[in-house]
Unconditional design. Structure first.
Length: 84
């Protein structure tokens, strides 16, 4: 088994000023939940726009790193997934 970081896709950051932080609005899964590839995991807000972040692969959400209402920077992992 391996692990993968869950991050916001670079395309969502294109119009965002460097150094701007984003907000985790709500988690749609919990630690220990099994998920499928492309399943929505978390809703985030970047400069007044909401985005869904999806699972990069099928697996299990091992650890949530940024809680709901927490802020994060570009490239910062939001969670760690365990994949097969």
């Amino acid at each position: 088994m391996s692990t993968r970081d869950v991050v916001v896709a670079e395309e969502f950051w294109r119009e965002v000023e460097p150094g701007t932080e984003a907000l985790v609005d709500s988690w749609l899964v919990a630690e220990g939940d099994a998920v499928t590839a492309e399943q929505p995991l978390v809703n985030v807000v970047l400069v007044k726009a909401n985005h869904e972040v999806v699972a990069p692969a099928a697996g299990v959400v091992e650890r949530i790193l940024v809680p709901a209402q927490g802020t994060f920077a570009q490239g910062q992992p939001l969670a760690i997934m365990r994949t097969a």
